[in-house]
Design a binder for this molecule. Structure first.
Ligand SMILES: [Zn+2]
Length: 210
């Protein structure tokens, strides 16, 4: 069974496109996303392309801003991270379900509530900052309210790596990046490379338009 993709739309899967991932310096990464209003085959196709792009880049989450669309939309699949299954728990609409039912997960119009729990320092990466990592403090537990590809509302309560990924992708949808939350000492260490990445991105946009 596949939770994400209704069989009627399976033909869409035949034409998967890998999308260029926007890098730091691209203004779209700083744009707050518009709400998703059309829950149609175009949205399903977008989610399929974003997931394949994310898998190809060996990521566990990807927001619409990262492929050049300022939307309140992201995809997640943390099953691919080795050892990740021991690093989180979750419920979907108040029930325990197998992770293969939930993921790959497409999230439209997310609202994230950080739940009172321990803070957790963890080294994060981001597909818009290739090769760069740094420690970010986040809360262990979060509640995510969102709509699925059919527009049906859901609620996920999650912790650990799942909660961290949700917070990271939700930030993208608001135009917030992990360097904004990174520990100062870690940011200082990669500052030169971050500035270089921004210069390269701006030069590429000037030459090629994206
Ligand atoms: Zn990211």
């Amino acid at each position: 069974m596949c939770f994400l993709f209704p069989s009627a739309l399976s033909a869409v899967l035949l034409f998967v496109m890998l999308l260029p991932i926007r890098k730091f310096g691209d203004p779209v990464l700083r744009q707050k996303g518009d709400r998703v209003t059309a829950f149609d085959s175009t949205l399903t196709k977008l989610s399929v392309d974003m997931l394949e792009t994310m898998y190809a880049a060996k990521g566990i989450g990807l927001a619409a801003q990262q492929i050049g669309k300022a939307l309140q939309f992201f995809v997640v699949d943390i099953r691919t991270k080795s050892g990740a299954d021991s690093e989180y728990e979750f419920t979907l609409d108040g029930k325990t379900v197998p992770v293969d039912i939930l993921m790959p997960l497409a999230v439209a119009n997310p609202e994230v509530e950080i739940l009172p729990d321990d803070e957790w320092l963890y080294s994060e990466g981001c597909l818009s900052f290739p090769g760069l990592t740094g420690s970010v403090v986040r809360r262990e537990k979060a509640r995510l309210r969102y709509q699925d590809l059919q527009g049906v509302p859901h609620e996920i309560v999650c912790d650990g790596l799942f909660a961290r990924c949700v917070q990271h992708e939700f930030d993208h949808c608001q135009g917030v990046l992990f360097i904004d939350r990174m520990e100062k000492a870690d940011l200082l260490k990669i500052q030169t490379k971050v500035k270089q990445l921004k210069r390269e991105t701006l030069a590429r946009i000037k030459e090629f338009g994206a």
